[in-house]
Ligand binder design. Structure first.
Ligand code: ATP
Length: 649
């Protein structure tokens, strides 16, 4: 193969440009990034070699070796990991596939807009390989994939192109040669990356917990000793080279909790999981029992934007005796904890079975159940003891728990019992969040039901005409502002014997005598107005399932409610948004017989059910009721025109 030249993908170019004209002061992290890549490559080979020992080619001493050369101004980082073939090279070092890198670019744009470019963005994101261009004028990668014969040389000066050619490499793995830029070598430089002491301290600082030895050769000059061990003074000095391991190789999670500083957890979390924020909760447990394991789990400070989308990949890293097995084991924790990140290391996980079987293994499900309990216990404790912290958690991940409550019904897990006391809803009492228990504990004497209302936000709900009656009676209402809320309370059904009752669904029953009396009066009125209601229903056709006189309105003229059987209007909207428009609420238009508009309506009805005025009234009332529910009328222009012409009268 002749030498080829390729262009970097546009996003890569953008990133490279940033690296070359680096605006960051924290150049030194390039070493951590390259070492971390080397360690990943060894992990991969290690894992594959468990089922195919030939891949190791007899080389079982995994190692990452640093070779600084002060004369040539180079720093070389070699590993005996998996290595790359031509396709891997083009895919991995020519394009950006890593979502973390994309997120980095986005964040960078944001922070530039905010004029705060001094943040250690790379440090937070780990943009990896390309950070080499912060310190190197030229980067050369010589690599051979384990199990393949052909080696390749990749080279770039970071200016938009890279070259690729075949070469020889006896050992599998990857060697990266950095031709350092003029500021990064020499004794006069403040950042001399050919200086062994500097490299040594950088490894200690950033890569101490890497599981493989990071080695460097140290040469000392000594005078030889005689047979009795005495230095021969007049002999010339001899050079001795010894290879020293620079890192302690103790993974963070294997250390004692009490010895780990908060910053160490934070750094580990950010680097290992490409996180930007600090974690809001850390779980570090060592358990000995039916299955032994160590877990280090985190609840990230911020929910990822795609947490509820199909492209979000939940999962926990698995290790067995500190050997990496897999990156995203999604069967470990229930789906409602999909936001939890971290790792589990257990000697009881078998390395010799397929990942699919492993994910279904008894050991893993036991660990998973334990971890789920631990997490729920902590959440409950926070809710009770540190409400502010819990509410922060709720703002980020509450939706996930709510989905968990009802989706458990489909997967056969009973999440209701586990989660119902962790849910929060905004209350009409004080506009603050409350648990269902708090609501029930302060219910009015004689109140049997847990009342709730749905709407897009607090303001929309408070504006609902049917809220007025409850407000007047001092009955507390829970606000369901997220489409998933109502599904969750439906799944819960009742709490301590109190059923959930939507104020926009079915018959409203306020349980007191005044209400009952009112209801009776309305029933009589409805009889007197049978013809009107029938004609309205007929005119509105299949838009409504029924037209009734309302018990739930005070000063409002109309409202739209859903039949108790079938989905609510809010659920209908949620189904439609999820491309499931077939599941429709049975809409019931309710009219307030106490409203002055009602007498106007009966008057236009007296003009005949086919009169234009009656038809206009029907349409207008229906459209108004839709708008109150936050639903757009089918024909907004016609609605506006009719309102305008009525106003002009
Ligand atoms: N030493 C190496 N040996 C084998 N493959 C490597 C090595 N260094 C990099 N790669 C490959 O190149 C890819 C891109 O590396 P890069 O550092 O840019 O991103 P990453 O490692 O995937 O993510 P990040 O560095 O952000 O953690 C890696 O995923 C890996 O497949």
């Amino acid at each position: 193969m002749a030498k080829e030249t390729h262009e970097f993908q546009a996003e890569t170019k953008q990133l490279l440009d940033l690296m070359v004209h680096s605006i960051y002061t924290n150049h030194e992290i390039f070493l951590r990034e390259l070492i971390s890549n080397a360690s990943d490559a060894i992990d991969k080979l290690h894992y594959q070699s468990l089922t195919n020992g030939d891949l190791l080619e007899g080389d079982t001493a995994f190692e990452i070796h640093l070779t600084p050369d002060a004369d040539a101004h180079t720093l070389t980082i070699s590993d005996n990991g998996l290595g790359m073939n031509k396709q891997d090279l083009m895919e991995n070092l020519g394009t950006i596939a890593q979502s973390g890198t994309k997120a980095f670019l986005e964040k960078l744009k944001e922070s530039q807009d905010a004029d705060s470019t001094d943040k250690d963005l790379i440090g937070q994101f780990g943009v990896g390989f390309y950070s080499a261009f912060m310190v190197a004028d030229k980067v050369t990668v010589v690599t051979r994939k384990a199990g393949e014969e052909q080696a390749y040389k990749w080279e770039s000066t970071g200016d938009g192109e890279y070259s690729l050619e075949e070469c020889q490499k006896p050992k599998h793995g990857t060697t990266i040669i950095l031709s350092l830029g003029k500021d990064f070598y020499g004794d006069d430089s403040e950042e001399n990356y050919t200086d062994k002491m500097t490299l040594q301290s950088l490894v200690k600082k950033y890569s101490d917990y890497i599981r493989y030895p990071i080695t460097m050769d140290f040469t000392t000059k000594e005078k030889p000793k005689d047979a009795d061990g005495k230095v021969i003074e007049d002999a010339p000095e001899e050079e001795h080279t010894e290879t020293r391991t620079l890192n302690s190789m103790q993974p963070l999670w294997t250390r004692n909790k009490s010895d780990i500083k908060p910053e160490e957890y934070k750094e580990f979390f950010q680097h290992q999981f490409y996180e930007w924020e600090e974690p809001m909760e850390i779980f570090h447990n060592r358990v000995e029992g039916a299955v032994d394991y160590t877990a280090l789990l985190f609840i990230p400070g911020k929910a990822p934007f795609n947490l509820y989308y199909a492209d979000y990949e939940p999962g926990i890293q698995l290790y067995s005796r500190h050997v990496f097995i897999m990156d995203k084991c999604k069967d470990l924790l229930p789906d409602y904890l999909r936001f939890v990140k971290g790792l589990v290391d257990s000697p009881d996980l078998s390395l010799n079975i397929s990942r699919e079987l492993l994910q279904k293994s008894r050991e893993l499900s036991l660990i998973g159940r334990n971890l789920e309990k631990t997490i729920l216990k902590t959440l409950k404790r926070n809710l009770e003891k540190d409400r502010e912290k819990y509410e922060k958690f709720w703002a980020e991940y509450g939706k996930s728990l709510k989905i968990g409550v009802y989706s458990g019904m489909m997967t056969g897990e009973n999440n209701v019992e586990k989660l119902k006391d962790l849910l929060l809803f905004m209350s009409s009492k004080d506009g603050k969040l409350c648990t269902i228990k708090e609501y029930v504990d302060r219910m009015k004497d004689g109140q049997q039901k847990i009342y709730y209302a749905t709407g897009k936000d607090k303001e929309a709900i408070e504006g609902l005409p049917q809220m007025e009656m409850l407000r007047d009676r001092g009955i507390e209402v829970l606000y369901m502002t997220d489409p998933v809320d109502e599904f969750a309370v439906e799944a819960i059904g009742e709490y301590e014997g109190h059923r959930f009752h939507s104020i926009s669904r079915g018959d409203l029953d306020l349980e007191d005598d005044a209400f009952k009396e009112e209801k009776k009066k309305n029933e009589e009125l409805a009889k007197d107005n049978e013809g009107l209601l029938k004609d309205m229903k007929e005119f509105l056709g299949d838009k409504v399932a029924d037209v009734r006189l309302s018990n739930r309105l005070k000063s409002g003229a109309v409202c739209l409610v859903a039949d108790a059987a079938g989905p609510s209007l809010a659920m209908e909207q949620a189904f439609a948004a999820a491309n499931n428009p077939m599941l429709k609420a049975r809409r019931i238009l309710e009219i307030n017989p106490q409203h002055e508009l009602f007498s106007k309506l009966t008057a236009v009805h007296d003009q005949g059910k086919d009169s234009q005025s009656f038809k206009d009234y029907c349409n207008l009332l229906y459209d108004q009721a839709l708008l109150l529910e936050g639903i757009m009328p089918d024909d907004p222009v016609a609605f506006a025109n009719k309102v305008a012409s009525l106003m002009a009268k």
